[in-house]
Design a protein around this ligand. Structure first.
Ligand code: SF4
Length: 640
């Protein structure tokens, strides 16, 4: 018996409506742990070659981890996976809330959807009862409104995820929404669900999960809560949540400003954590079993209307705030709410809007093509663009594929300021003088996302033990020296094993990252719950194996995949910041190649960034190594 797991996979082939419940294979649980590990292995084994990401052949995977749903801090995380419509390669995204826990209580560690429902539908899972219900009347509804309606129709106890109009229309940066403000935002995961004609999934579980040693699991869980509560900063970090880091990010010159043209903004005090407390917040909001709720639920009043909204958290502040020069927190929150209702990832949406506005300023896009003038700092412009994008109307058709595809279509040098890697828009940190963080974005396996590695503190602030120390470190804004490249690649690799490990286990990493919570708690809880003894180092080895696997999937799926896929946008290599702490700094192409050389060497990849057969075998991926000859990256001659 697999303790700690629900023990089953629910598979639904939507085209014919075939439903199967399968046992969770022991070797999958033992070798890949859960969450992101399950996603990667299933995608490697089951994704048909050259699958259209928005076609019926793609897989939509929901995966929980061995610690999901147990009595420990932050055990409410759920992982999603697919072939990404944004990048064409490996795609995944993580979400807090209660959905995965409920799925596990219904009896399933994983849900895998294939095919395409013949008509707009919702999927309702109530323990063993599975129903695909026609839902044509719900098509077109906003994500938040739909969740409210389904809660009323089903029950408050059902956990629900929804997609908005953006996903219905195949916008590649569509997200999934759950719990009125929790999103699985990246990789275009919402677009894949929408392409399957599924508007929502509701789950209600009334079962239990067997654990190896219930008494020990309870006492270790209790100790873990006491440990988190005893941490310095336990009560200091929660009130503002991730928004609390805004001032520090600005102070070290890493706040994306005006489509990443600059990295510092003197108006950041109007959109930071303190502004949320002052003008928006009603209450804190957290995920299942969380003692440090980072969600902020509040009310935003703007000239365009009043809304209740969860957020904005830091990423949304930077991409819908400073990067668009929106200098009122209520307006940032309003744009956040529009994205939530339309089902757009706030990060990509912010970058796409700032790119479009810069194209307008430069005369690359004219008023007639866009349909109106669009300006930095103007909420109306942003809301207009978001609506066009989600409904794929007018200029929205060009923008709905993300900035990489849009700039390839438009040309005229617009790719230089299309801020993305591999087709995924860049999240909340500007990195001209942060080579480690830059490398983290360049090599992230889903595109330019910070969740895989966060080394900004190492780049710009020495070796602060945790984010709480950074937030409270204070200090005046001063010009920073140019950061060296030394040791950056090793630090990134270390972080890329550490952070995703939490996504394998099905738990939140913020208690560890923000408060310095000790990993020994997780080792002890893992043993109590599963009956297996694994050291943190052994779990990190699994995380490394999954990293090699996700890179291999992208190399297999993306033609011409290699070193150039890892390059940052031209802007960061040729346009120094003109003011602020990093004035005059940018990163040269030579420095970028040096970082990649170091990184590939540590990873055991060839000079083009492709895992070698030797490396894959060393990580226990012999069967993956055997497939290398057929990978898309090897089918096209590449020159560097
Ligand atoms: Fe959820 Fe935030 Fe708590 Fe993590 S810290 S479990 S994301 S509420």
């Amino acid at each position: 018996m697999l303790y700690g797991y629900a023990g089953s996979i629910l598979r639904i082939e939507l085209t014919g409506g075939d439903v199967q419940k399968q046992p969770l294979p022991d070797d999958l649980a033992n070798n890949y742990l859960g969450g992101r590990g399950f996603v990667a292995r299933i995608l490697f084994e089951e994704l048909p070659p050259e699958t259209d990401p928005l076609g019926p052949g793609n897989l939509f995977i929901v995966a929980t981890g061995p610690l999901s749903g147990h009595f420990l801090p932050g055990s409410g995380k759920t992982h999603f996976g697919c072939k990404s419509p944004a990048t064409g390669g490996y795609g995944d995204s993580n979400m807090g809330g209660h959905f995965g826990v409920e799925l596990k209580y219904a009896g399933y560690d994983m849900l895998i959807l294939t095919g395409k429902a013949p008509e707009p539908s919702i999927l309702v899972i109530e323990d063993d009862a599975i129903e695909i219900r026609p839902a044509g009347d719900l098509w077109g509804m906003g994500s938040l409104s739909l969740e409210r309606r389904l809660k009323e129709e089903l029950s408050e106890d059902h956990q629900i995820l929804t997609v908005g109009p953006a996903a219905e229309n195949g916008v590649v940066f569509s997200c999934i929404t759950h719990d009125f403000g929790r999103q699985s935002g990246r990789s275009g995961i919402g677009a894949v669900l929408g392409s399957k004609n599924i508007k929502a999934i509701a789950v209600r579980g009334t079962g239990a999960i067997s654990v190896a040693d219930a008494d020990r699991a309870f006492s270790e869980g209790k100790k873990a809560y006491q440990g988190v509560k005893a941490k310095p900063g336990f009560l200091g970090w929660t009130p503002e949540g991730t928004a609390g880091i805004t001032d520090w990010v600005n102070r070290v010159g890493a706040l994306p400003t005006k489509n990443f043209r600059e990295s510092f903004w003197d108006k950041q005090g109007k959109i930071n954590g303190a502004a949320i407390l002052r003008e928006l917040k009603i209450t804190d909001k957290g995920c299942y079993c969380c003692p440090t709720p980072c969600g902020k639920y509040g009310k935003a009043k703007t000239g365009l209307g009043e809304v209740y909204v969860e957020g904005p958290e830091f990423e949304t502040i930077s991409l819908l705030g400073s990067n668009l020069l929106i200098d009122e927190i209520s307006e940032v929150a309003y744009a956040n709410w529009i994205c939530d209702e339309l089902g757009l990832d706030t990060i990509s949406a912010g970058v796409v809007c700032s790119w479009a506005i810069e194209c307008f300023e430069k005369g690359i896009l004219d008023q007639e093509t866009i349909g109106r003038e669009v300006r930095f700092g103007e909420l109306e412009s942003v809301v207009y663009l978001l609506d066009r994008i989600a409904h794929k109307k007018g200029i929205g058709r060009l923008l709905s594929g993300g900035v990489k595809k849009a700039s390839e279509t438009l040309g005229q040098g617009s790719d230089a300021f299309a801020i993305q890697v591999k087709g995924l828009e860049w999240s909340g940190y500007e990195c001209r003088n942060a080579p480690g963080m830059l490398l983290a974005y360049m090599t992230s396996d889903t595109g330019a996302h910070h969740a895989r590695a966060w080394v900004l503190g190492h780049d710009l602030a020495g070796t602060a033990a945790n984010v709480h120390d950074l937030i409270t470190s204070g200090g005046a804004v001063e010009k920073l020296p140019k950061s060296s490249l030394e040791g950056r690649a090793a630090r990134v690799v270390e972080s890329q094993h550490l952070r995703p490990l939490f996504d394998l286990l099905g738990i939140c990493r913020l208690q560890y990252m923000e408060l310095g919570f000790e990993v020994e708690h997780y080792e002890r809880l893992f043993e109590a719950v599963t009956g297996r003894r694994l050291s943190w180092e052994e779990m990190l080895a699994v995380s490394e194996k999954v990293w090699q696997l996700t890179r291999s999937i992208s190399a297999r799926e993306i033609p011409k995949f290699g070193r150039t896929s890892d390059y940052p946008p031209e802007r960061m290599m040729s346009e120094p910041a003109s003011y602020g702490p990093n004035e005059g700094h940018c990163i040269s192409r030579e420095a970028v190649d040096t970082l990649l050389d170091d990184y590939y060497q540590i990873r055991g990849w060839d000079s083009n960034g492709i895992p070698t057969s030797e490396t894959l075998k060393k990580c226990g991926l012999e069967d993956v190594a055997e497939t290398m000859d057929s990978w898309a990256c090897h089918k096209t001659e590449q020159k560097f």
